[in-house]
Design a protein around this ligand. Structure first.
Ligand SMILES: [Mn+2]
Length: 350
C-alpha cells in the first residue's frame, strides 16, 4: 500500500514509466529472477568540495543504463533527478561543512527511497557524493526494517563530525547511521530527523585502503568486519564475498544495501572521481562483487556514487569511469559474464 505521503513524494519526482518486460520462472535460469530497478538520480555535491559530481546521474543514464538493464530482462522505472533546495548561510558548524544542505538533501532522499521501496523496486540511487548514503540507507531501512550494509569503497566514511579533519560530510555518513556511535554525534542543523538504523554487526567493508586514525579506532572499537585491500590480496575476492555473505546471514537473512563508491575501483580504471587512491580493486574484482551479491537474491538497494567527470583529465578517463559504473550496476541486476538470454528465447527454425 502506498501511503498518502509517499504518493505525494512519488508525484514530486519526475516519473517516467517504462515498458515492463515480464519473465516467467524457468528452471534453467537459476539466477535469473524477475528484477525491478527503481532509479533515483541525486545530483548533489555539497558533502565534499569538488564540483562535477552532481553530473553523475545524467552521465550514467547517458551511458545507456536503462536500456541495458531492460535488455537483460530487468523492469526499470526511472524516477528522474531529485531537486534539492538552496540553503543560504550554510556556515560551518564546528568543522562540519554544509551541514544544513546535506541534512536537508538527505531528508528528501530518505523520503524518496522509502516511497520507491514501497512500490516494490530495488532502489538504485545515482549520486552525487557519498554523503547521500545517509538518506539512502535511512530511507531503505525505514521502508523494510533491519538491513545488512555492504560498503565497497577505498574509504570507510565513518568519521564522526568530531574526528573528521576535513569537515566534509561524504567522509562521515556511516557515523550518523550506526546505533553504536550515537553518543559521539553532536547536534547538527537539519540532522535531527536521522534515526540510527544500522548495527555494527550488520556492516561489512570491502576495498578499504585509506582509513583515518579516528576511523581505524572506531572500526576496531566496534569490531566491524573489514576486508581491506590487504584481505582482498590475501584471500581473493571470491573468498571475501563468501565470507561477507556467511557473516551477514549468520543469523537472519536481512535485505542488503550495497553502497558502492566508484573510487573502490583502481584509479587506472575509474580515474574520474574526487578522492582516488592507488591500489584498488580491478574491474573484474569490482564486477565479481556485484555478481555475487546479486546471486544472494537479497539485494534491495544500491548506491553508485562519486563519479565526477570534472576529475577526469581526458574524455577516455570519464568514459572508462562511467562505463564501469554502468557495468557494476548491470552486475547488480543479473548480468552474467558467461552471457544471458531471456527465458522465452527460442532458436530460429530454418
Ligand atoms: Mn571513497
Amino acid at each position: 500500500r502506498v501511503s498518502m505521503r509517499s504518493a505525494r513524494i512519488l508525484r514530486q519526482l519526475a516519473v517516467t514509466v517504462c515498458k515492463r518486460h515480464h519473465h516467467h520462472h524457468h528452471p534453467h535460469h537459476r539466477y535469473h529472477h524477475q528484477r525491478s530497478a527503481g532509479i533515483i538520480g541525486a545530483p548533489f555535491s555539497k558533502g565534499q568540495p569538488r564540483g562535477g559530481v552532481e553530473r553523475g546521474p545524467d552521465l550514467i543514464r547517458a551511458a545507456g543504463l536503462l536500456n541495458k538493464l531492460r535488455e537483460q530482462g530487468c523492469t526499470v522505472k526511472d524516477y528522474g533527478n531529485m531537486a534539492f533546495e538552496e540553503v543560504v548561510d550554510d556556515e560551518p558548524v564546528g568543522r562540519v561543512k554544509c551541514a544544513r544542505a546535506v541534512g536537508s538533501a538527505n531528508k528528501r532522499l530518505s523520503d524518496a527511497v522509502q516511497a520507491v521501496k514501497r512500490e516494490g523496486h530495488t532502489t538504485v540511487m545515482l549520486g552525487g557524493d557519498h554523503s547521500l548514503a545517509i538518506g539512502s540507507i535511512h530511507g531503505h531501512s525505514a521502508a523494510v526494517g533491519e538491513l545488512s550494509v555492504v560498503w565497497v569503497d577505498a574509504h570507510a566514511d565513518i568519521n564522526t563530525p568530531l574526528t573528521s579533519s576535513t569537515g566534509n560530510i561524504h567522509g562521515q555518513p556511516m557515523s550518523y547511521l550506526l546505533h553504536e556511535l550515537q553518543s559521539k554525534i553532536p547536534v547538527l542543523p537539519n540532522f535531527s530527523w536521522i534515526k540510527p538504523c544500522v548495527s555494527a554487526k550488520d556492516l561489512v567493508y570491502i576495498g578499504l585502503r585509506d582509513v583515518d586514525p579516528g576511523e581505524h579506532y572506531i572500526l576496531k572499537l566496534l569490531g566491524v568486519k573489514v576486508f581491506s585491500m590487504s584481505e582482498v590480496d590475501h584471500l581473493g575476492v571470491p573468498r571475501v564475498m563468501e565470507e561477507t555473505c556467511d557473516y551477514l546471514s549468520a543469523k537472519v537473512k536481512k535485505p542488503i544495501h550495497l553502497s558502492y563508491d566508484i573510487d573502490a575501483i583502481d584509479p587506472s580504471v575509474t580515474p574520474a572521481t574526487g578522492t582516488p587512491v592507488v591500489g584498488g580493486l580491478t574491474y573484474r574484482e569490482g564486477v565479481y562483487i556485484t555478481e555475487h551479491i546479486c546471486q544472494t537474491g537479497l539485494l534491495s538497494a544500491v548506491d553508485m556514487v562519486e563519479v565526477n567527470p570534472l576529475r577526469g583529465r581526458t574524455e577516455d578517463d570519464i568514459q572508462s569511469t562511467v562505463s564501469t559504473a554502468v557495468d557494476l550496476l548491470l552486475g547488480c541486476f543479473g548480468r552474467l559474464r558467461e552471457g544471458n538470454h531471456s527465458s522465452d528465447y527460442r532458436l530460429p527454425e530454418p
